[in-house]
Design a protein around this ligand. Structure first.
Ligand code: LMR
Length: 391
């Protein structure tokens, strides 16, 4: 039976981790998978997480099951950061813990499909796993160009997609720090998107995996909040893997917005049933550590400071790249206006391979680079190498 299967190629992004590890050049640079790195090139555990984990070791009195919704203390503690002061929007939001943001996206797609969602519109390029998730559950998706050639967001493309969508369509939006382009919508864009969604009734799914890594925690939530204020229903997929540095612990949450209490309860019960059938219950440890931080003002401040350090470091790297301007055949200036861990530069697949083989610089074949892989010590090497392979 198993011989009927077709061999799948390994996930291209994850394969880069291995390729980079096998390269023994001392000055190699990893700009592949999206993890934050310090100016020394490390991805340390946040000090706030270490302190919270110590408290868990000292105080956790049971590891008994919690249920498909996971740690509701964690889910609720995050809500003011995502949704603002009125964290439930007047009782209109309910959430649950998921295995990473990926679990939340998967749950959003599956629950939408169960409720009659037939297709999803999505700006492309997007995180490659979005298409894999939707493909896996046979949910049709229709792409539109997310960004313009000058590095700005293609607002006409998204509005046209929303207005042309037939009934039973949804739209997947990135809340902030667009992966892979780094191109975010402006406040005016979000306003227009929210209005168009409200007019047409297309179902919004907002994936927020990088809150706090762009312009600030509040700033990065502004677009999402402006859409939610205008629409009757939405799903929100959230990840703490990046903004708490919990990558391998898989810390995510899924939230449902509905304008009717009975509908919200019904949708939540279906999300619970899908979670039970998919992973039964989410892993606890990471969510518990985040809950400990968010319930303690000193640990919260420690976390906020660490997040700010990350954000400022990435801003410095972006400024340095933007200053370099035209490098060989590539204009790096737009990277200064973009947000978060990623940006894309228009390199061919062959140039990406040459960058890797000749210079030991590892990037996704799409031309996406992890900004945090650059440091003041290796950025000139990167700029020179880009000039070399594209000049
Ligand atoms: C990325 O895009 O590099 C990250 O979101 C990690 C992943 O799971 O792909």
């Amino acid at each position: 039976m198993l011989n009927r299967l077709e061999t799948q190629s390994p996930d291209a992004l994850l394969a880069l981790i291995k390729l980079h590890a096998e390269d023994d050049r001392a000055d190699k640079i990893d700009l592949g998978v999206g993890v934050y790195r310090t100016g020394q090139g490390d991805t340390p555990v946040f000090a706030a997480i270490k302190a919270a984990e110590q408290r868990l070791v000292d105080n956790q009195d049971s590891k008994s099951y919690l249920g498909p919704e996971g740690d509701m203390g964690f889910v609720n503690a995050l809500m003011p950061y995502i949704f603002g002061e009125d964290a439930t929007m007047g009782g209109r939001i309910a959430g649950m813990q998921t295995p990473g943001g990926t679990g939340a996206v998967r749950l959003a797609a599956a629950l939408g499909q169960k409720a009659g969602l037939e297709r999803l519109y999505m700006g492309t390029p997007s995180w490659p796993n979005h298409a894999q998730i939707f493909g896996d559950i046979a949910l049709e998706f229709i792409g539109f160009e997310h960004a313009n050639a000058d590095g700005s967001a293609n607002i006409d493309g998204v509005l046209e997609a929303i207005r042309s969508a037939p009934a039973n369509s949804g739209i997947l939006l990135h809340g902030c720090c667009h992966n892979p382009t780094g191109v975010d919508y402006t406040a005016e864009h979000w306003d227009a998107i929210g209005d168009a969604i409200a007019e047409t009734g297309i179902f919004p799914i907002i994936d927020t995996a990088y809150q706090g890594l762009g312009n600030g925690l509040e700033e990065d939530a502004a677009g999402l909040r402006s859409v939610l204020a205008k629409v009757p229903e939405a799903f929100i997929a959230y990840s703490c893997d990046k903004n708490f540095g919990m990558y391998r612990d898989r810390v995510g949450a899924f939230y449902i917005l509905a304008d009717d209490k009975a509908v919200l309860e019904k949708a939540f019960s279906n999300a619970n049933a899908l979670a039970r059938a998919s992973w039964s219950m989410p892993p606890d440890h990471g969510g518990a550590a985040v809950r400990v931080i968010l319930r303690d003002s000193a640990l919260t401040q420690m976390w906020l400071d660490e997040l700010e350090t990350m954000r400022e470091r990435m801003r410095q790297v972006r400024e340095r790249l933007a200053e370099a301007g035209q490098v060989g055949g590539i204009d790096l200036a737009p990277l200064g206006k973009q947000n978060g861990l990623f940006s894309m530069i228009p390199m061919t697949k062959e140039q990406v391979v040459e960058l890797r083989e000749k210079h030991g610089i590892y990037m996704a074949a799409s031309g996406r680079l992890n900004i945090a892989g650059l440091t003041m010590a290796n950025i000139d090497k990167f700029i020179d190498a880009v000039a070399d392979v594209t000049g």
